[in-house]
Design a protein around this ligand. Structure first.
Ligand code: IMP
Length: 452
């Protein structure tokens, strides 16, 4: 079956290091689509969405859930911590959000308790090494994401969602996995220098884990399904799917600032494989970018405002205004000028057809704004390369613009924005060679300017 472009779905993808405000845009576009599907990541992601003045923080559940009755699908490319998912469902239920339309792919992988132990132990090992070498911890969210994806590719040590519904097969798998995990985690913990060792060493029993998995299976059973075929049924009936990316392009395991990345395909390239639909189910790719840069965790960030006292004060001001603290871990986000050259790389890689610029209001009142519009390496102009070593050596070239003053957050049209804010958006559009479709000037849906 073929589809015309107008019938096809939309991918919403972050163009920086995450936290660009994808949740707000997904929530805004959800009514125009027939289903919302997450294709990557796990409880490391955090989408905060404001609906009718109420703020919701979602981690695993697609933000489309806030639209009653619309299928909200957790695709096979997601790694699912069942405990976390059940708690998130309970929290939504306590606020009277109907979660009956939630579908969990039977092929998604399960984040097991040992994945979180391993995440923590690996970061401890990196911290020990950082005392005597230039290596650095990744600064993960410790939600077990990397170890779970590693086991998915390892195969023999992985548990898929469908396994939670097959107690006998599950026990057979656990018979080899549990002793292996106890042995490797025990050894990793025991060999750490004492000061870095966790207070207790993990030791799992097959029985206990099996019982826990069976309980999860019982509770999740009503939502477990072949999500790929559900989505294809929707598409075949002429429906449009909104694909909700988690994390963001520069955190992509292949195309991000490796090794300071997450472990999934965060770009739009991951949407078909992470949900099980053909590529021609996608017609539009909406790239989401903040009007400045933020990053959580380690890794290069060439435009970071950190080098002088005044830069750090400015970063603090932007952080406070933009509420730049992790939705998932509460960590303060690193803040920097907009790296438009990096966003150009992301826009091209994702094949963006349109752009949304978020949090423009946060920059209101700053005297001047700097935007990275190119790089040099060893004194010569150089094309952006996401490689961490390259980025640590590259020097940003800045374009300086005059800041904007005025009530940006109450503007409802492009014409109502101050002239210098319009010039900022025009620079973005010119540099990316893609149309800016939305400009967000505040958390509410009403604070979304649709471009002419
Ligand atoms: P992990 O995904 O927990 O393995 O973390 C790997 C890196 O990705 C760390 O630097 C995290 O801070 C970062 N990261 C993962 N998910 C997000 C996100 O949704 N927003 C921002 N940073 C993230």
């Amino acid at each position: 079956m073929t589809h015309s472009t107008t019938e096809r779905g939309t991918v919403v993808v972050g163009l920086q290091w995450g936290d660009e405000g994808k949740g707000k845009i997904v929530n805004y576009l959800a009514p125009l689509h027939d289903a919302i599907a997450r294709y990557n990541g796990g409880a490391n992601a955090g989408h905060s969405v404001v609906v009718n003045g109420e703020r919701f923080a979602l981690h695993l559940i697609p933000s489309g859930i806030l639209h009653k009755g619309k299928p909200a699908i957790i695709g096979n490319g997601v790694v699912v911590d069942p405990q976390w998912l059940l708690e998130e469902i309970a929290k939504l239920a306590s606020r009277e959000v109907d979660t009956s339309a939630l579908v969990l792919s039977d092929r998604a992988h399960v984040v097991m308790p040992w994945h979180k132990d391993e995440d923590d132990l690996r970061e401890r090992w990196l911290r020990v090494a950082s005392e005597t070498s230039s290596s650095q911890p990744i600064g993960t969210t410790k939600r077990g994401i990397g170890p779970c994806y590693a086991d998915k590719h390892q195969r023999s040590t992985a548990i898929r969602v469908i396994d939670l519904l097959r107690p006998d097969e599950l026990r057979a798998k656990l018979a080899s996995i549990v002793p292996m995990k106890n042995a490797t985690l025990g050894a990793l913990a025991a060999a750490l220098p004492e000061a870095h060792r966790p207070p207790t060493s993990p030791a799992y029993t097959i029985d206990e884990v099996a019982r826990q998995c069976e309980a999860w299976g019982t509770q999740l059973a009503p939502m477990i399904a072949d999500a790929s075929s559900r989505l294809m049924d929707i598409i075949d009936a002429g429906g449009k799917v909104l694909f909700e990316g988690a994390n963001a392009t520069l955190l992509d395991v292949d195309h991000g600032t490796y090794p300071f990345v997450t472990s999934s395909t965060t770009t739009a390239l991951g949407a078909p494989s992470g949900t099980g639909v053909p590529m021609n189910a996608i017609g539009k790719v909406l790239g989401i970018m903040k009007a400045y840069s933020t990053r959580v965790g380690s890794g290069p960030m060439p435009t970071e405002l950190i080098r002088s006292e005044s830069d750090r004060a400015l970063a603090h001001q932007i952080r406070e205004r933009g509420r730049e603290y992790g939705t998932t871990t509460g960590r303060p986000r690193r803040v920097g000028w907009l790296d438009l050259e990096m966003v150009r790389y992301s826009a091209r890689l994702n094949g963006v057809t349109e752009i949304a610029v978020m949090l423009l209001d946060v920059l209101e009142g700053l005297e001047e704004l700097r935007v990275c519009t190119g790089y040099t390496l060893d004194g010569k102009p150089a094309r952006f390369n996401p490689d961490a070593t390259w980025l640590a050596r590259a020097i940003p070239i800045y374009t300086t613009l005059r800041g904007f003053i005025g009530d940006v957050s109450s503007a409802r049209s492009f014409a109502e924005l101050p002239a210098n804010a319009r010039a900022y958006i025009e620079l973005i559009q010119r540099h990316l060679g893609a149309p800016v479709r939305y400009v967000s000037v505040g958390p509410d849906n009403a604070q979304t300017i649709q471009m002419p």
